[in-house]
Design a protein around this ligand. Structure first.
Ligand code: EAX
Length: 323
């Protein structure tokens, strides 16, 4: 009896030791706070990976740019010094130029259109373009529809943007377009933005309501305009060599976990979009809801002509007309 329980105890202990030894921990990062649509994405992913691999893989989330901004994190994932990141497509074109086309202003009618394109053949094919650059792109997620904020004035039309100094993402498509709107562009990594706004290094910035709320930009920005000038995709990126080493079943588990993360991520964006205006008004921002979008589109016509030349009008139309 005593011997039996000793043997059981011993084998349990050994079992624990061997399963602990077989456990691999990976890191995933975001540049914004945990309490956000991106925090929900990576927390859900971490939970699902652990569940779907019976605890053999653990994913440790890092928030608020504690492992660096988005460009640095993507670089680290490419090098393999960090296994995973969830990022906006901000710095992505610097790594995978094919993805630039997704950052064109007023490309998507709304979130439903963007989600359908990303989940459909165009988006899925684009995910494969990351392979050659050292990434396994697990899934498209969502950052959201971007709106402009600033500390100077209400923005109703592009005329109000002339000479405004705005932080932009380190994204060549955005920079070209915003220059076309008359904005003085200052590309900057996200972790520096709050201080830059606070100190007046820049007058404004643009981000989805989800990010504006998570980053508490209402504390340093008075004017919000629902410009909806561009859709901002998110993406789950993993180091390719790390992914390739997984068993076939574990690869599936990671892919499914990412898809669960995206579901939670998009649901949170919808929630944020539904309550964002009221919440930001309550925090003291003035919100211009009826922006002259036709004027924005018209002002961007010359820049758009350049994009059509660069990326192919047929390719852009394929996305615009996707049903
Ligand atoms: O990914 O850099 C940005 O403005 C991004 O939208 C933000 O970090 C969320």
């Amino acid at each position: 009896m005593k011997l039996n329980s000793l043997v059981i105890g011993l084998s349990l202990a050994l079992g624990l030791v061997s399963s602990a030894a077989a456990q691999t921990t990976m890191r995933i990062s975001i540049s914004i706070a945990q309490n956000s649509h991106q925090g929900v994405a990576i927390d859900t992913f971490a939970k699902e990976v652990e569940k779907r691999t019976a605890g053999r893989y653990k994913v440790q989330p890092f928030y608020s740019g504690s492992l660096g901004g988005e460009r640095e994190s993507i670089e680290a994932v490419q090098l393999g010094t960090q296994e995973l990141t969830f990022s906006s497509t901000g710095p992505v074109p610097n790594f995978v130029p094919e993805a630039r086309i997704l950052d064109i202003p007023f490309l998507f009618r709304d979130k439903a259109h963007a989600r359908a394109v990303l989940d459909g053949p165009i988006g899925q094919e684009m995910l494969t373009k990351f392979d050659a650059k050292g990434f396994k792109a697990l899934a498209w997620g969502e950052n959201g529809i971007r709106h402009m904020t600033n500390s100077k004035r209400d923005v109703n039309s592009p005329d109000d943007l002339k000479g405004l100094k705005m932080r932009t993402m380190e994204n060549p498509v955005h920079v070209a377009a915003y220059k076309g709107l008359g904005i003085v562009t200052t590309p900057m990594a996200f972790p520096e933005v709050f201080t830059a706004l606070q100190q007046g290094t820049v007058d404004g910035q643009e981000n989805p309501l989800s990010v504006i709320m998570a980053a508490k930009f209402d504390q340093v920005q008075k004017h919000l305009s629902l410009t909806g000038h561009v859709y901002s995709p998110g993406i789950f990126l993993m180091n390719k060599a790390t992914f390739d080493k997984l068993s076939a079943a574990d690869k599936q588990a990671f892919l499914e976990a990412a898809r669960e993360g995206v579901k939670a991520n998009r649901a949170r964006v919808d929630e944020d979009d539904a309550k964002g205006v009221a919440e930001l008004r309550a925090k003291g921002m003035t919100v211009i809801e009826n922006v002259d979008k036709a004027k924005f589109v018209a002002t961007l016509a010359p820049v758009n002509a350049k994009f059509e030349e660069q990326f192919g009008k047929a390719n852009i139309d394929k996305i615009r007309n996707f049903k």
